[in-house]
Design a protein around this ligand. Structure first.
Ligand code: GLC
Length: 459
């Protein structure tokens, strides 16, 4: 375990840049929102200052309307093109002098802030919470004000990249449901997409069969073009969105982040704004509307059709992490996790189960096992008292990483590594998962009875 931790720290050091740690060298050099949070959760164990610094830098990219963007771009001439693609400056709320993306990503910020707080002395913890509290409140307010406008208590995501699980099959299908723009039809008709292969950056680092096809990548780009045309203004975009999903993972993470925000508020003696407090309660109740009784599973909802997207993916297990479901539902999710016909593959948890018509064991979010999803599920299992399952998944995840290296994702049937190597969140979360039970981190003490809702706070 010591060797694994040492190697993980080395990976994170090598991926270090000015004030933050990049997700990986070469392919992902910019600062990404949820990557930064997962990385900080690992870093806090050996360099809490670096963890705080990178969180502050991320919050330094916050828009004046409260949005924390999914990417803060590196300055410098080399990245001119990346910044040009997004052109965040077309929206007046974007910060001056900092180029960012125009969408957000799963709101892991409050979780990372509190995890950092856990390793600080009480006085330092309070000072740390105070220093970021207003910004986190503004972020959650933005989420409900601008993305909770459909009035059903959930927040909506307007681009697949916003969900963090970029190529989850129903997302691609939802994009395909729209008629493509003429230029894209022309590209498809002339098969010019094959030329695009030479322009892509990702396939220079990762075999093409592990990424999206050229046409899918162009579809994702077209959705970006459409929201950029609306200057990233949520209200305008939501009148005719290229994509509008009430994502189960995103909403589960937000519900958990809300609980973390409450802890911060309690610690520093603040009360949350009344409107935000009500929206946070509403979100918990609204998660139930994503339950499909016939299928016995939670799913995301496509707002454009109003229907639940009844395609199985690892997202189904994230309500455990949300922590607001009842014990019967939690037991049902654990049965799914243990079901060899669903998620119980030799190297769990597959992002899409092998029985799905979409399953592809090495392709991005279409089948591979991702360590960050395992981390969320382990945390949820522990809080609901399933410590046996939590520990088995924790040990399995560490073993997978120890045998294969710190990769972006892994083949759920053979364990082979795939995606980009030396991936920061895999390294950081391996450090966190390797902490002995009882120490700060998801391995903290859990509740007694399996299936009962966990305490507000682990460890
Ligand atoms: C991939 C992932 C996304 C992550 C990014 C940077 O695009 O799908 O969730 O934030 O890489 O690591």
């Amino acid at each position: 375990m010591e060797d694994l931790r040492r190697e993980a720290v080395n990976v994170l050091r090598r991926n270090g840049r000015q004030g933050y740690t990049a997700p990986a060298r070469g392919l992902y050099t910019h600062q990404h929102l949820w990557d930064t949070c997962f990385i900080a959760i690992g870093q806090r164990h050996y360099d809490v200052d670096a963890a705080m610094r990178s969180m502050r830098r991320l919050l330094g990219a916050q828009w004046s309307n409260g949005m924390v963007p999914h990417i803060r771009f590196e300055p410098g001439w080399r990245y001119w093109w990346d910044r040009r693609i997004w052109r965040s400056w077309i929206n007046g709320a974007a910060p001056r002098g900092v180029a960012t993306g125009g969408i957000s990503q799963p709101p892991m910020i409050a979780e990372a802030v509190v995890r950092i707080g856990e390793v600080l002395r009480p006085a330092d913890r309070t000072a740390w919470y105070r220093s970021v509290y207003r910004q986190v409140v503004a972020y959650h307010e933005w989420l409900y004000r601008e993305r909770g406008t459909q009035g059903d208590g959930l927040v909506v995501q307007i681009h697949p990249w916003e969900t963090g699980l970029d190529t989850t099959p129903p997302w691609l299908e939802s994009l395909r449901n729209d008629r493509p723009p003429r230029w894209l039809e022309l590209v498809a008709w002339t098969r010019a997409d094959r030329l695009g292969r030479h322009l892509r950056l990702d396939t220079k680092y990762v075999p093409a069969n592990q990424r999206s096809s050229e046409l899918e990548a162009l579809r994702l780009y077209d959705a970006l073009r459409r929201i950029r045309r609306d200057r990233y203004d949520s209200a305008t975009i939501l009148r005719h969105p290229p994509f509008a999903i009430e994502d189960l993972t995103y909403n589960s993470i937000l519900i958990r982040a809300n609980a973390r925000l409450r802890e911060m508020a309690d610690d520093i003696g603040e009360s949350l704004p009344a409107g935000l407090d009500a929206a946070m309660h509403g979100n918990e109740t609204a998660l139930e509307s994503l339950w499909d009784q016939a299928a016995g599973s939670y799913f995301s909802r496509d707002l454009r059709t109003g229907r639940l997207l009844a395609e199985q993916s690892v997202a189904a297990l994230t309500p455990l992490y949300a922590g607001c479901i009842d014990g019967t539902r939690a037991k049902r999710l654990v049965r799914m996790l243990n079901d060899p016909g669903l998620f119980a593959t030799p190297y769990p948890v597959p992002s899409v189960p092998p029985g799905s018509r979409w399953f592809n064991p090495v392709r991005y979010w279409q089948g591979p096992t991702w360590i960050n999803m395992n981390w969320l599920i382990i945390d949820g299992l522990r809080r609901y008292g399933f410590s046996g399952e939590a520990d088995a998944l924790r040990r399995g995840s560490l073993d997978l990483v120890a045998r294969n290296g710190f990769y972006e994702y892994y083949h759920p049937l053979s364990g082979e590594p795939a995606g980009v190597r030396d991936f920061s969140w895999t390294a950081a979360l391996a450090i966190d998962l390797s902490q002995a039970p009882g120490e700060p981190g998801p391995a903290g003490p859990g509740p007694a009875e399996p299936g009962e809702p966990g305490p507000a706070e682990p460890g």
